[in-house]
Design a protein around this ligand. Structure first.
Ligand SMILES: [Zn+2]
Length: 148
């Protein structure tokens, strides 16, 4: 039997921290503060502060697409990552971080090439994969590295 421990979710709209039973993850949960959906069915764009907040406080594994506006392969992968978000939420949280808007994050993670996917869980890096990938491959890669 799984325990009904609540899971902590950071609202993608107002950044409030929500707690809800894991069983309710798939039931279209809404934020207790701003009443907007906690899952938008697409990747959320995070800047440095939001990224750190999710990393620290969100209980779900976090899959981040690091990209930049000047990077052609990144823009090619964008719709694929959105498709992967539809397939993977709410098991995972998917986010996009621009290395132009969050250079300190890129530096602290020693990101040298993009697009780059990094999967985090409980504040720690679990796996990373460089290069553009189609949605099915992103999904398979993420599932293969999910914490048990
Ligand atoms: Zn909210």
């Amino acid at each position: 039997m799984s325990t009904p421990d609540p899971i902590t979710l950071v609202c993608p709209h107002c950044a409030a921290i929500n707690r809800l039973p894991e069983a309710r993850l798939g039931a279209g949960p809404k934020c207790g503060a701003c009443h907007q959906p906690l899952f938008a069915g697409k990747p959320i764009a995070l800047k440095e502060e939001g990224f750190r907040r999710h990393l620290q406080h969100d209980g779900l594994p976090l899959l981040v697409d690091f990209w930049a506006s000047w990077c052609g392969p990144c823009r090619m992968m964008e719709p694929q990552f959105e498709l992967a978000a539809k397939a993977l939420e709410p098991r995972l949280r998917l986010a996009k971080v621009s290395t132009e808007e969050a250079p300190a994050v890129a530096q602290s993670l020693r990101i040298s090439g993009i697009p780059l996917l990094i999967l985090f869980h409980r504040g720690k890096e679990v796996a990373r994969q460089a290069g553009a990938m189609p949605a099915g491959q992103i999904e398979a890669w993420a599932r293969a590295h999910l914490p048990a």
